[in-house]
Design a protein around this ligand. Structure first.
Ligand SMILES: [Mn+2]
Length: 427
């Protein structure tokens, strides 16, 4: 299924006068504070969030999985789905593949299909957290950190193969999340695990093409519950520093211990020039992988405050970082959920762009704690939804993507095309 531009235009026409009123009001409000709303709208249009191939189907839990209908059955259908999202919001212009769940058969035809719906290929993700059919060595007790060099070799070769697939599609980065660790005290030697992992990563690093990066993602716990080899940003940074300039740290919002100050982690990584990008999601307890902004929107905003400041300081544009949604759950239509997530990201970004940084710095220098807090909260409490809508509209997207998704009965169409009993590949 494709969404045609005239369908989006018709939808926008029906909402335009109401939207214009809201936008003009927001614009005037911001102008009173010396902020040009059009600059914010422009920045929003440039902010693209990659969609991972594994978020297009209904996720599961340890206890069960309730499949949705019309889920993508192949890589081609996953590309089609992300194409639908991007047509609606113009902010989801790339897809991140997971190997071996999404091995591209014919690279050229996959690339043609992607460019026909205006998509690029984001980072490619390797998988050594589960065994594949007919795999010689098992990852039950680890992969890149394994005590047996044969297992490590297999895991290294897998990552190099993932780079090969990514190269064919024009990706520029390999993303590694390692589930290696131990479940019980005594099970593994922390130092040897680290050293084995470093050696394995060095071999992968050596296979990176000239203009590629490797993103090293950390996670505090799960699936291992006693120790994880790359457990926190410090470990991740240490690996990256030992590997070299092509390695940067990837922050996944759900991969921290409870109450971690993630915005401070972001600030530190950006100060060191080692932030690769972000995996956005939200959580109440652990790695819940819920819709971005659904639980802690203020934290998301505070993270964006640091991201914007870090980008400014480094003189880097937003498209030089890797922004991706990494979420998966059981109870929503995955495409509607992704539209909500992208919107939440853009809202937090817009709010962080309207923070009065000069005044904030002044308040900090004068130890005016009340004013500093107020400056941030003023921005957070500003309704920036009209700005996000305006940016989507100007880029050719819909003023209300979820409403249009429903009006066009996209899911029913997909069910008619693909059937009711589909299960997205890899999940
Ligand atoms: Mn992640």
């Amino acid at each position: 299924m494709r969404i045609e531009q005239y369908q989006i235009d018709q939808h926008n026409d029906s909402l335009l006068s109401r939207h214009n009123n809201h936008f003009i009001f927001a614009k005037e409000q911001l102008a009173e504070q010396g902020i040009n709303a059009d600059d914010v709208v422009k920045a929003l249009a440039d902010f693209q969030v990659a969609i991972p191939s594994w978020a297009l189907g209904t996720g599961g839990t340890r206890f069960g999985r309730f499949s949705g209908v019309g889920e993508p059955r192949s890589l081609e259908e996953k590309i089609e789905d992300v194409g639908l999202l991007h047509a609606l919001n113009r902010s989801s212009g790339s897809i991140s593949l997971h190997i071996p769940w999404d091995i591209p058969g014919q690279a050229q035809s996959i690339m043609d299909l992607a460019s026909s719906v205006n998509l690029k290929f984001d980072a490619v993700n390797s998988n050594t957290f589960q065994d594949q059919k007919d795999q010689e060595q098992s990852y039950k007790f680890g992969s890149l950190s394994h005590v047996d060099p044969k297992v490590r070799k297999q895991a290294v070769e897998h990552n190099i193969e993932v780079i090969k697939y990514g190269k064919e599609l024009g990706s520029k980065a390999l993303s590694i999340w390692l589930s290696d660790g131990s479940c019980f005290p005594g099970q593994s030697n922390f130092v040897k695990s680290f050293q084995n992992t470093l050696e394995s990563l060095q071999e992968i690093y050596a296979a990176l093409p000239e203009d590629w990066k490797v993103y090293v993602e950390y996670k505090a716990y799960e699936p291992n519950f006693y120790s994880t080899v790359i457990q926190d940003w410090g470990s991740s940074l240490l690996f990256c520093q030992k590997l070299g300039p092509k390695a940067d740290v990837l922050v996944d919002l759900g991969h921290h211990l409870p109450n971690a100050n993630i915005e401070q982690i972001v600030a530190t990584l950006m100060m060191e020039g080692r932030l690769a990008g972000f995996h956005f999601n939200d959580s109440k307890y652990g790695d819940d992988d819920l819709t971005v902004g659904s639980i802690r929107p203020y934290m998301l905003f505070l993270i964006f405050v640091e991201l914007v400041e870090g980008m400014k300081r480094a003189g880097r544009a937003s498209d030089t970082y890797a922004w991706m949604i990494d979420a998966s759950h059981n109870v929503k239509d995955p495409l509607e959920d992704l539209l909500q997530s992208v919107e939440a990201i853009l809202l937090a970004y817009a709010q962080s762009l309207i923070v009065d940084r000069k005044k904030l710095e002044q308040a900090r220098n004068e130890n005016d704690v009340v004013l500093a807090q107020q400056i941030l909260q003023n921005a957070f409490r500003t309704d920036v939804r009209p700005l996000v809508r305006e940016s989507m509209r100007l880029a050719g997207g819909a003023l209300d993507p979820i409403a249009l998704f429903r009006n066009l009965s996209v899911r029913t169409e997909l069910m008619n095309e693909r059937g009711g009993l589909t299960v997205a590949t890899g999940l």
